[in-house]
Design a protein around this ligand. Structure first.
Ligand code: HPA
Length: 277
């Protein structure tokens, strides 16, 4: 375990050094999930690092994720935009983004803005809608902190999604005239989609959207003291909630791309409006 920890710390230190050597000092990180990659074109003065150059970053194998870290500016903020994540469903390890999040923290990033694609559990949230997470349900009951030592692993998740950042995001959406819903995100392991009975269960548990990501990274970010904001793009109704054709990753990506003309400018407005304390 100690050897593993030392290797992890060395990989994080080397990755942070690579970012520092670029001369950029990102304060906000934006993690792009399926369908959100058009956001990269909004980054001013972009400088691209491949995840492969950053030993603490994961290899990216899911279609729709680029595996690049883009350093640059959104509005007045220095940002680091992560083109994709590894998912727990790829191997069963919930801590797979731990090195990337630790690197961001080591570089002085204070805020993590996450994005994802999700299925709706709420008939008022239709495909194309955007939901700001106000809480989550860790249905998987897996943690990226298993195996860590020390008191930092006992992370408080009361305001996992930062209330002040959420208020700033809502204000930015109102100014842009864009609808931004609020709701609870349920993390399921995947990669299979849910059954109709599972969708009924998740609705009864109080979730508004369901997806296969985001929650491990939120826990990791809180562990490192980063404030978190997270946005779900609704790409489909949960299985059984309407008479849609069969769900697939291709359908998720197609729906996300169709909504990108609205979602990407809104994400830019939200990130630009965040106030760092
Ligand atoms: N379920 C789980 N994850 C998802 C879905 C869904 O319906 N849509 C997009 N990601």
């Amino acid at each position: 375990m100690t050897t593993e920890r030392n290797a992890f710390d060395a990989a994080v230190a080397a990755s942070a050094e690579r970012v520092r050597a670029s001369g950029r000092q990102p304060r906000i990180a934006v993690l792009l999930g399926s369908g959100w990659h058009g956001f990269v074109a909004r980054v001013r003065e972009p400088l691209v690092l491949r995840y492969a150059e950053l030993p603490a970053f994961p290899a990216i194998g899911v279609e729709g994720h680029t595996g690049e870290l883009v350093l640059g500016r959104i509005g007045a903020h220095q940002v680091a935009v992560l083109g994709g994540r590894q998912h727990t469903y790829e191997h069963g390890h919930a801590a797979v983004m731990g090195g990337a999040i630790a690197t961001l923290a080591a570089c002085g990033v204070a805020v993590l803005v996450q994005t994802n694609a999700a299925g709706s559990l709420d008939t008022a949230l239709r495909p194309g809608a955007l939901m700001l997470l106000n809480d989550h349900l860790n249905i998987v009951q897996a943690s990226p902190l298993v195996g860590e030592c020390g008191t930092e692993r006992f992370v408080d998740l009361r305001d996992a999604y930062d209330p002040m950042l959420r208020a700033q995001a809502h204000a930015a959406a109102r100014r842009a005239g864009a609808a931004l819903h609020d709701g609870v995100y349920a993390w399921v392991l995947g990669p299979q989609f849910e059954t109709p009975a599972e969708i009924r269960m998740l609705r009864q548990l109080g979730a508004h959207a369901v997806g296969m990501s985001t929650v491990p990274e939120t826990i990791l970010a809180r562990r490192h003291g980063l404030r978190v904001l997270a946005l779900s793009m609704i790409t489909n109704m949960g299985c059984g909630l309407d008479a849609e054709a069969a769900l697939s990753h291709a359908q998720t990506l197609a729906a996300a791309r169709a909504a990108a003309a609205q979602t990407v400018p809104l994400l830019e407005a939200v990130v630009a409006a965040l106030e760092l304390t």
